[in-house]
Write a protein that binds this ligand. Sequence first.
Ligand code: SF4
Length: 227
Amino acid sequence: MSDDAHIVPEGTDPSGPLPAGDFASWVAEIRGAIRGDNPADVACDGCTACCTSSQFVHIAPDETATLARIPADLLFPAPRMPRGHVLLGYDDRGHCPMLRDRACSIYDDRPRTCRTYDCRVFAAAGLSAVADDKPDIDRRARLWEFSYATDADRARHDAVRTAATALREHPDLLPDDAARATTTQLAVLAVLVHDALIPASTAPTAAAIAAELTRHRPTPLWQRPLR
Ligand code: SF4
């Protein structure tokens, strides 16, 4: 999400493809981010789409440095989550209130949700953020282009797309608590479970998807009413 290092003048959009990096490396990185092992390393280059798209940002009770930087009246209890979990809302323009002068004013202490958000997941899964009513994120995500070191890496990307399509078209494949998953969450799940679908022609089963979710121990993203 937004950093204050590279500010692009308002209204300026990068044109042409943006290098999303090596696909296999990205998969390893995003899986680490989902587990909480590392932040997502996204070349935002001044893009603030995810900070200006009417998103609720989840903050967990252990994020004490973040909570200390945000006025209490901007936070409210996160629905369906344990006590102490809160959401940071947005203003009447859909902007995060911590975004100032087109940069995150608490960047060093930004929420974990922001540290791990990576719009390349839409490009990876072949899904559109428009389905979540996030057209600005969709515009940015469509610019990403992955590179592939091997044919096996291309097959891996095909498998992620196959998983995403299967999860979107067959919600019965999802665990019960993922039934209300947003498109973002479906894209993340596709990245997590795609190993079970290599080669990409393999039909997914609910058991295979459940096994992959267990193997990768993801944060239960579908429990979060955000993104
Ligand atoms: S706290 Fe707000 S401004 Fe900062 S990165 Fe997150 S969404 Fe963007």
